[in-house]
Ligand binder design. Structure first.
Ligand SMILES: Cc1cc2nc3c(=O)[nH]c(=O)nc-3n(C[C@H](O)[C@H](O)[C@H](O)COP(=O)(O)O)c2cc1C
Length: 377
């Protein structure tokens, strides 16, 4: 219920103009038209909207159309929130136990990792979190979930780092971590030295970022080397994510399957039939918890996608992000043919291939730094 309410508020925020205008439309008999209330107390007085003369039937129709749009928006937002609610641990029904437990482990070990890296170390910090993490790590073992899961192993490494740090200052908090808890040698966790980026890399970074363009002309029958794609995904893994939960997932399709799936997306007209490799980036919602994280999938998935696009470009491949701005019924209908489970949120598609030699791309002029920056000093 709480989530539904939040969804309604989100929908309204997404369409402020609509709700604002609904209250501000007033007839102007002198002009025989409908205009927007532009009185001085109206903060958007410059938004004068003179509508063509219309009779009251037309006005009613127009208002009904707006209301219908608003209703649609609410329903769609509600459906978005439902997917989140039914996938995340907000409604754990046992089906997703392993993923949910893993998400809980990551969330908790990350808090301890952060505590260990704080500029002013607080001896004994995070008592509850440490005890909870010990419990859920033991729960993982009790359930015999994979012993080579790298998040589980990281959690153990973090706990050992916590214990060592407190042992070094003879603090009793060390005892929160059982002495029996050990880690494999190859697993490090806790803290590491920060390495500032080297100036020598700056040129390459700027060149790579600025030379990337959305490519829509691919050599149709030439598949990118899967090894190269894996390397780009390997880079994208380094994108930040909330509490390091790393929920982004990558689905890949080639040939007629790619062509078929592209039919669910409206922004590839004119080049979709020549796309050799289709990538769908999703976010696994099972790792999120609580209403406040309802948009995190889009954010983390978006950041991952950006790095993936750059990684593909850096390796000589062409790629273009393709929006997944669709109604829930379209989102629902692609899942089965694409093999995407219900608990993953589709973030975007990416068309990828070897750029056609000599192909051109739009200039896509960028706003200036000053246009988009406000220093609040
Ligand atoms: C989330 C997202 C969705 C996009 N969807 C489409 C799309 O459906 N079709 C398309 O041709 N381009 C799409 N683009 C590409 C944009 O048009 C392009 O990134 C923008 O114009 C800037 O150009 P550039 O990528 O060449 O710098 C999308 C980009 C993003 C980030």
């Amino acid at each position: 219920m709480f989530l539904d309410l939040e969804a309604f508020k989100d929908a309204r925020r997404c369409h402020p103009q609509l709700s604002r205008m609904a209250g501000r439309l007033k007839p102007d008999p002198s002009r025989g038209s409908i205009c927007l209330d532009t009185s001085p107390q109206n903060p958007t007085a410059d938004l004068i909207l003179l509508l063509t003369p219309m009779n009251s039937l037309q006005l009613i129709k127009k208002r009904l159309k707006r209301l219908r749009k608003l209703g649609f928006l609410y329903v769609e937002t509600l459906k978005d929130s439902r997917r989140f609610f039914l996938s995340g641990n907000a409604l754990a029904d046992g089906t997703f136990d392993e993923a949910i437990l893993e998400g809980e482990i990551v969330r908790n070990y990350h808090v301890i990792e952060k505590g260990l890296s704080m500029p002013e170390f607080r001896p004994g910090f995070g008592g509850d979190q440490v005890s909870h993490l010990v419990r859920i790590v033991q729960e993982w073992e009790r359930r015999e979930y994979p012993a080579d899961n790298n998040q589980y192993l990281s959690a153990k490494a973090v706990l050992v780092a916590y214990r060592s740090r407190h042992e070094a200052i003879a603090h009793s908090a060390a005892e929160r971590v059982p002495a029996t808890l050990e880690i494999q040698d190859c697993f490090s966790g806790g803290i590491k030295q920060y390495l500032p980026a080297s100036l020598a890399d700056l040129d390459a970074f700027a060149r790579t970022v600025r030379s990337r363009s959305s490519v829509r002309s691919f050599i149709p029958d030439q598949q990118p080397d899967p090894e190269v794609i894996n390397l780009a995904i390997d880079d994208a893994r380094w994108s930040p994510s909330v509490c390091n939960r790393q929920t982004a997932r990558v689905h890949l399709y080639t040939g007629t399957r790619a062509t078929e799936l592209l039919k669910y997306q409206s922004g590839n007209r004119g080049f979709g039939h020549r796309v050799p490799l289709l990538i769908i980036v999703t976010s696994d919602l099972r790792y999120f918890s609580g209403i406040n994280e309802r948009y995190q999938g889009w954010i983390d998935g978006g950041m991952f996608s950006m790095l993936l696009l750059l990684g593909l470009h850096a390796r000589g491949l062409g790629a273009v992000a393709l929006n997944w701005s669709v109604l829930n019924k379209v989102d629902e209908s692609i899942r089965e043919p694409a093999g995407i489970p219900q608990y993953e949120r589709i973030i975007m598609m990416i068309a990828c291939g070897i750029p056609e030699p000599g192909c051109v791309v739009p200039v896509s002029t960028r706003r200036s730094v000053s246009d988009l920056t406000s220093w609040h000093l």
